[in-house]
Design a protein around this ligand. Structure first.
Ligand code: PEP
Ligand code: MG
Length: 593
């Protein structure tokens, strides 16, 4: 490790997925990276134009290569989208304006190209014509690739890392996260993001460490630098020293032993000391996680985020493709429940490359998300609903709608579902006529009218990631305000109680499937409030199960009642932290892993 001559630099962020990883950096910079801007003397400007021309050529070759790969794998139709990309490279207006901008401003070519391409993207984005608006997406993609080539950065492709690497990004979009090369990524580290960002959710499902909110890490490292990721304490150590490596080597062994003890314990029944059975299910994004869920002893799937089937591919999966996936999951759990959620696109999970379906928005978390998108795209929604219904003939499948805000929306979704049932009956295609239909409670309005929604739902699943975001007005992916994202805020606890009571009055069960469910500190709080099931990232199940088996349900209830009378989120948090620590320390299991 030749870099040991460097001084070690320790950076602190937010611990998002546990584990320790040592490896070389693979730098992944998104398009909104700050582009260097500096003055170029007049005699040097010809060389800047030559750099631009060379990058245009390289970019063209790269796109042509991708195009022929796509054509081979997916067909000519899918490959045609790259024709539009190639046309951008020939756009004389864009290139000419970039050169004129350099002549007038005297700035380097990257800065000028960035400025002009942004102007084009904005102009196309604002045009009231779908075809022309799509051009904005094409220019955005091509501009990013060209800028990477100009800056000499490896062009980013997280799905094919050449060797084992720590993926370091300023931000990692859900589509990039979904496609991460699972055999070669050792860790995921980002400048921005929070514990609920999707890169983190993917890292957890891969059981690799992740640290987020590191602010300027991408400016401090280069491709190939050695870094150590401490996903327990939320640290990233650049150029780790011999002594640091020694300490972490010992720690890694210790942690692996703990994890194994937890996995062993998780094979035991999930029952509290006073005999209350608790159901712990898994959140998954792909059907290849079935093995992991079983290894972690998850009781089926509490949330299948199906949007990842759409985000990681260049084409939209059709009904048959989806049916195959849902059927595999339905059959994969030997009779345990599998809850499938239709497309929850939007917010931090936009559908890129489909400008016709998904416009850019200035306020995406309050925009065209989840059920709103489904109801507007009936054909796409129906394809998915039919695939889910058909899978219900092969195992205990349930369906739950994301982002329901009111009764009418729920009724419209159910009407469309009924249309699908009629179509399948007509064609004599088998499905479960009694497939349970649940509602996700993740918008404050839905929480307030939980009593009304409960009448038309077979179960509730509370999406605390969004519910907390909307109730406390805290953007769930903004690291600057992550400290204000407090699940123990009295408003949240009271709202949870209100939802649970409303559900139980109607005789339906309540699950929590947001990240809160997988943090041991909140497990006794949620159980004590009356939650029936918890669903979490598979690797978090063993610790949650260990805790369930080490607590009295009556104590959890008493503490939840007490929490409902308290006013300080921090005091409530501290009360549950002490409770959990006591129970986990006996087995030397760390609380925050
Ligand atoms: C949630 O909001 O808590 C949830 C589970 O949905 P997602 O994280 O996919 O938005
Ligand atoms: Mg949500």
């Amino acid at each position: 490790m030749e870099e040991r001559a460097h001084n070690e630099i320790v950076l602190e962020g937010v611990a998002a997925s546990s584990g320790i990883a040592l490896g070389r950096v693979f730098l992944h910079i998104q398009s909104d990276v700050s582009i260097p801007s500096y003055h170029v003397d007049a005699p040097m400007r010809q060389a800047e134009v030559a750099r631009l021309e060379q990058s245009l050529l390289t970019t063209r070759q790269q796109i042509q290569k991708i195009q022929s790969e796509v054509e081979r794998n997916l067909g000519a139709d899918e490959a045609r989208i790259f024709d539009a990309h190639l046309l951008v490279l020939e756009d004389q207006a864009l290139i000419g304006e970039t050169i004129r901008e350099m002549e007038s401003s005297g700035l380097n070519i990257e800065a000028c190209f960035h400025k002009i391409s942004q102007r084009y993207i904005k102009a196309f984005d604002e045009i009231d014509d779908e075809y022309l608006r799509e051009r904005a997406g094409d220019i955005r993609d091509v501009a990013q690739r060209l800028l990477q080539n100009l800056l000499g950065q490896a062009v980013l492709n997280l799905s094919k890392l050449a060797d084992k690497r720590i993926v370091v990004g300023n931000d990692i979009s859900p589509s990039d996260a979904a496609g991460i090369d699972r055999s070669n990524a050792l860790g995921v580290v980002t400048d921005s993001g929070s514990k609920t960002s999707h890169a983190v959710i993917v890292a957890r499902s891969m059981r690799i460490p992740s640290v987020v909110g590191l602010r300027d890490l991408t400016k401090r490292v280069q491709n190939g630098d050695w870094v150590l990721v401490d996903g327990y304490e939320g640290k990233v150590i650049i150029h780790p020293s011999e002594s640091t490596l020694f300490v972490y080597g010992k720690l890694r062994k210790e942690k692996e032993g703990q994890q194994q003890r937890l996995i062993d314990a998780s094979k035991q029944p999930c029952v509290t000391l006073d005999g209350v059975k608790v159901t712990l299910r898994a959140n998954i994004e792909k059907s290849d996680e079935i093995g992991l869920v079983k290894e972690c002893a998850g009781d089926g799937v509490g949330l299948f985020r199906t949007e990842f089937l759409y985000l990681s591919v260049t084409h939209l999966p059709d009904e048959e493709e989806q049916f195959d996936t849902y059927r595999a999951v339905a059959e994969g759990f030997d009779g345990s429940q599998v809850i499938i959620r239709p497309l929850a696109l939007g917010g931090d999970k936009p559908l890129l490359g489909h400008a016709d379906l998904f416009p850019q928005e200035s306020n995406p978390f309050l925009g065209y998300r989840a059920i709103r998108f489904c109801l507007e795209n009936r054909d796409l929604f129906k394809q998915q609903l039919r695939a889910i219904l058909r899978a219900s003939a092969f195992g205990p499948v349930s369906l739950m709608y994301p982002m329901i805000s009111g009764c009418e929306e729920l009724a419209r979704a159910n009407e469309i579902l009924e249309e699908c049932r009629v179509e399948l009956r007509k064609k004599r295609i088998a499905f479960n006529e009694n497939m349970p239909i649940g509602t996700m409670i993740e918008i404050p309005s839905a929480a307030t009218i939980a009593d009304l929604l409960a009448r038309d739902s077979d179960f509730f699943s509370i999406g605390t990631n969004d519910l907390i975001q909307y109730m406390l007005a805290i953007d769930r992916v903004n690291d600057r305000i992550a400290h204000l994202y407090e699940p123990t805020h009295p408003a949240i606890i009271r709202t949870l109680r209100h939802i649970i009571d409303a559900a139980h009055k109607e005789g339906i069960k309540v699950s929590v499937c947001g990240e809160m469910a997988g943090d041991p500190i909140y497990v006794p709080l949620l159980l004590g409030l009356g939650v029936d099931e918890l669903s979490m990232s598979p690797p978090l199940i063993p610790a949650a199960k260990y805790l369930v088996r080490a607590l009295n349900y009556a104590d959890a209830k008493a503490m939840a009642e007490k929490a409902l009378t308290m006013e300080s989120p921090k005091a409530i948090y501290a009360m549950f932290e002490t409770f959990c620590r006591k129970r986990l320390d006996v087995a030397k299991i760390p609380l925050v892993d």
